[in-house]
Write a protein that binds this ligand. Structure first.
Ligand code: PMP
Length: 389
């Protein structure tokens, strides 16, 4: 139950174990082409340019920065935790003049602070972390993307902890790059960097004055490959991660069959019910309000008088693995539970039960059974069609 790698569907894991074909075998060309097409549906970017490259989510961030930034460009990072700071490091590496607007822990950056910054000078790009996995804070990208358009700034969304788990309408909302890694809500073992770029982002890249300084990230190397596979032609730059891409096609088909909007909605209902369960255990989450609480993971403070490592190990005793804190300032004071991908109400009932037992063992004060009860009540109230969850 950590926030990535998540648990994968058996079909996806079977795809990982199949005999590896040539990267130019006809069946693999079809798989690659189809996966690119299906990405447009999940991202809701019918005119976007998808990229599938072997690497992690950080490579997808690196690719966006390497291709869109030229030395001296101004970049604005809107940060709600650890991964915002990482984006600043990456942008700086490619020579950007980066301004970072950091929220208080558990809060978002106020929209007027963003507008104030955007109106102070011309920025080339801004970045948003949709869900910062270190804090469990969810940022609404819509109003920020609107501002980006108003000030003629490219808008990049780090969707590593949100794509296929939170609502994203890339084209309608005018976001220029939405990027992720395979191991989270997309539901594929770690190893693929996935990104969809808008036509505007591709034009900005085409009109660069200077070459892209990263060889591996350069879209000059990858764009012809993506185009070829979509046109069902073979092509080569770097050997594709064949099994991971077969697994990607499998997972995207599972998501597509459920329909992305239904999946996101289901995830939201489960997450809301889970948070109700957490609160009923007298636990506090990092995000200060419900509106900015992520639906893909929950970051939860340990009760004051309870040792965090001890709590996590007792939860593990009941066969549930959760993650520790990540944000350095408060690392030892909270833990994180992932609930994205194919997570079900059964999974979350098991988590709440393990958490309750571990807390009772450690003498935390709450009424036994209250967490599970709140979870069920909330789910029943919010979901007339419980059978679909
Ligand atoms: N951004 C966010 C929001 C993340 O959660 C992560 C990974 N936890 C990354 C970026 C980096 O992804 P990766 O670990 O796959 O490089």
């Amino acid at each position: 139950m950590i926030p990535g790698p998540i648990e994968f569907e058996p079909e996806v894991l079977r795809a990982m174990g199949m005999a590896t074909t040539s990267h130019v075998a006809p069946n693999f060309i079809e798989t690659f082409g189809k996966s690119l097409e299906m990405m447009r549906d999940i991202w809701m970017a019918p005119n976007g340019q998808p990229f599938i490259v072997a690497g992690t989510g950080t490579l997808a961030m690196d690719m966006a920065a390497a291709n869109l930034i030229e030395r001296g460009d101004n970049a604005l990072v809107i940060s709600t935790g650890y991964f915002g700071k990482r984006f600043k490091d990456i942008l700086d590496r490619y020579g950007a003049n980066t301004t970072i607007l950091e929220s208080n822990v558990g809060e978002i950056v106020p929209i007027d602070a963003i507008e104030k910054e955007l109106s102070s000078k011309q920025f080339k790009v801004l970045t948003i972390t949709h869900v910062d996995t270190s804090t469990g804070v969810l940022v609404d990208p819509k109003p920020i993307a609107e501002l980006a358009r108003k000030y003629n700034v490219l808008c990049i969304l780090d969707g590593v902890c949100s794509v296929a788990g939170e609502e994203i309408k890339q084209e309608e909302w005018g976001i220029d790059v939405v990027l992720t890694g395979s191991q989270k809500a997309i539901g594929v073992p770690p190893g693929l960097a996935l990104l969809v770029a808008s036509q505007k982002a591709m034009e900005v890249w085409e009109n660069r004055r200077t070459p892209v300084s990263s060889y591996y990230s350069d879209w000059n190397n990858w764009l012809p490959i993506m185009r070829a596979y979509e046109e069902r032609r073979s092509s080569y730059f770097g050997t594709p991660a064949v099994n991971l891409i077969v697994a990607l096609e499998t997972s995207l088909k599972i998501i597509g069959a459920e329909k992305i909007a239904n999946r996101v909605e289901k995830n939201k209902k489960l997450a809301e019910a889970f948070r109700a369960g957490i609160k009923a255990l007298n636990l506090e989450i990092l995000p200060k309000t419900e509106e900015i609480a992520a639906n893909t993971l929950s970051a939860i403070y340990y009760p004051k008088d309870i040792d965090g490592a001890e709590l996590r190990s007792r939860i593990a005793h009941y066969n549930i693995i959760v993650a520790g804190g990540l944000l350095s300032e408060i690392k030892a004071s909270y833990f994180r539970i992932g609930h994205m991908g194919s997570v079900s109400s059964n999974d979350l009932i098991s988590v709440l039960s393990a958490l309750e037992m571990a807390l009772l063992e450690l003498g935390h004060s709450f009424e036994s059974g209250k967490g599970l009860q709140a979870f069920q009540d909330n789910l029943l109230a919010s979901n007339e069609k419980l059978s679909t969850v």
